[in-house]
Write a new protein. Structure first.
Lengths: 264, 303
């Protein structure tokens, strides 16, 4: 089937099998998914369900062994070379020897932006993640949540349309995580990016996403895709609404079904 | 300042042990000399004295213990004799004198520093090659390890002779021996350091489509600095050992030369003072690198 006009990421019957000493491991099996421009898509599932692997395939960091995958109508590798996406890892991974501003300008230096351009862009993304004034600080002077915000700023600095995030808030406590979730939604609304977001947390997935992809392990596959009826404007207390609780229920059911499948 | 107390305690214990050992080590020769000088020693016969143990001799001739610590050519010089010789060799002698420890120390130091520079440069180059090329990883690393299993004392004269035959002598052959010892810790440390960035860091650069060059200058090299400094500290001490060994077979002076001539002529005080001069010099060099390390790593946020 032909992808729709504004389909940014399209996977058709994607397979990825790792050859290991214990025989082949089916990290992804028959995964088909379209992501539209401006979507906020969460991937949720237990360990080993292939959610991170799928994100890494989109980023061109893993090579699928079957099926087709396009990003901006290119292969993932071409998209990577065209710097189509920013990637945020679970750890902030800031260089301790660079100030926050110089960490954020790292991709800009590599991509050959001019010094003046680097400075304006760094200032702009520092403002986006609410770290204005912290550019001169070093990573160790910042809290874990601030470091992760800096790493998001680094991924935003070069204007990629797609933001891929692999459990970016997984290592942070719940209070910080709530705050960052709110900020992330605001940032998404301001920048109109397409976001792929891997998480373990059901409330986080439901709160953030326009589309929730529930995955199950062995082999890694999609168990359910839920289009969220929640409005774009989402205060934190939306998590007490009936819609929210219903979606969370459906996600949990999907996870449970996938899990028993895997065991039987 | 709290560190100074344990250090001083250990030094005090060593000096006490040293004095305690110096008396029995030197007692026989001391008694022989005293006897020649007309003093009465017990037992009076040299043959009987031979059969008596060192401790027994001291017990019988306790008046000689002081003299045992001020022999001209003692088996084991006392700490104050070595200290006096060190003082004499560094402060009292003109530095142009062939008996000045500063003169010999400078010869050793210049070979050490040149060898250290060559060794460090070579070590870093090899490490960069090993990290970026599988072929070099497989071929160079085993040879680097094998090179360190050859006793340097056997290799040093050959290096001196071979280089002499192509017209190179003086500082350079010693620096080569020095470099031979000091490149190895730098290779090992730098290979580990350049490989220290984790997979996530490398993936991040891949998402920027960074090339190998950018990965090296922006990530691998800065990340390797703590490893480099650890290696440099070992490397400079090894370079010093190399320079001293390199001085043994040649007549150009230097602390190694000083130790060797001392042993030819039974000048134990000279050997020990040269030994201490070398140890103090090496400790100073290591301390200087440690200082640079502290400053650099602190500035880089790595310490």
């Amino acid at each position: 089937m032909a992808p729709e006009q504004d389909t940014v990421i399209s996977a058709q019957n994607l397979d990825l099998t790792f050859q290991t000493g214990d025989g082949p491991v089916h990290a992804l099996k028959d995964v088909s998914l379209d992501i539209q421009k401006g979507d906020f898509v969460s991937f949720i599932g237990p360990s080993g369900c292939g959610k991170t692997t799928f994100l890494r395939c989109i980023a061109g960091l893993e090579q699928p062994t079957g099926g087709t995958l396009t990003v901006n109508n290119m292969t993932p590798d071409e998209a990577r070379r065209a710097r189509a996406y920013g990637y945020v890892f679970q750890a902030a991974g800031l260089y301790p020897w660079r100030s926050i501003a110089r960490n954020i300008s790292l991709p800009l230096e590599i991509m050959g932006y001019s010094k003046v351009d680097q400075k304006t862009r760094v200032d702009r993304v520092l403002d986006l993640v609410e770290l204005t004034g912290f550019g001169g600080k070093f990573p160790w002077q910042l809290s874990g949540g601030m470091q992760q915000r800096a790493s998001i700023a680094r991924a935003l600095a070069f204007d990629a349309d797609i933001l891929l995030m692999d459990e970016p808030f997984g290592a942070l406590d719940e209070i910080v995580r709530d705050h960052l979730n709110e900020q992330l939604l605001a940032l998404w609304a301001r920048t109109q990016k397409t976001i792929g977001f891997v998480t373990h947390s059901i409330p986080e997935a439901v709160y953030l996403s326009t589309k929730i992809v529930v995955m199950s392990p062995r082999p890694g596959r999609i168990a359910d895709v839920i289009d969220s009826p929640l409005p774009k404007e989402r205060p934190l207390d939306i998590r007490d609404s009936k819609d929210f609780i219903d979606i969370a229920h459906r996600v949990r059911d999907g996870l449970r079904a996938g899990h028993s499948d895997g065991v039987s | 300042m709290r560190n100074i107390v344990p250090v001083l305690t250990v030094i005090g214990a060593i000096i006490a042990l040293w004095y305690a050992a110096a008396v029995p080590m030197n007692i026989k020769e001391t008694l022989t000399q005293l006897e020649r000088g007309g003093a009465e020693v017990t037992p009076p016969s040299a043959k009987d004295r031979r059969n008596l143990g060192h401790i027994g001799l001291i017990a019988a001739n306790s008046f000689a213990a002081r003299a045992a610590l001020s022999q001209d050519r003692p088996r084991l010089p006392a700490p104050h004799q070595v200290a006096a010789e060190l003082w004499d060799g560094t402060v009292d002698k003109k530095i142009t004198s062939k008996r000045s420890l500063v003169y010999h120390g400078w010869i050793t130091l210049s070979a050490t520093l040149m060898g250290f520079a060559i060794g460090t440069g070579l070590g870093i180059l090899l490490a960069v090659g090993i990290v970026h090329s599988r072929v070099m990883d497989k071929s160079v690393m085993p040879w680097a390890i094998v090179s360190q299993t050859i006793p340097i004392i056997a290799l040093a004269p050959m290096i001196v002779v071979v280089l002499y035959s192509v017209g190179l002598q003086g500082l350079f052959p010693k620096a080569v021996i020095s470099a031979y010892l000091s490149f190895f810790p730098v290779v090992v440390g730098m290979v580990k350091g350049l490989r220290s960035p984790d997979q996530m860091q490398l993936d991040l650069l891949k998402t920027y489509n960074a090339n190998t060059n950018q990965g090296f200058w922006k990530l691998r090299l800065p990340a390797s600095m703590p490893y480099l400094f650890a290696s440099l500290k070992i490397g400079i001490a090894a370079a010093m050992v190399g320079a001293i060994v390199g001085e043994l077979p040649v007549q150009g002076g230097g602390l190694g030369n000083r130790m060797l001539t001392g042993s030819y002529y039974g000048q134990t005080i000279q050997i020990w003072s040269a030994l201490f001069a070398a140890a103090i010099l090496a400790a100073t060099l290591v301390a200087i690198i440690a200082l640079i390390q502290r400053g650099t790593l602190k500035k880089m946020g790595l310490a």
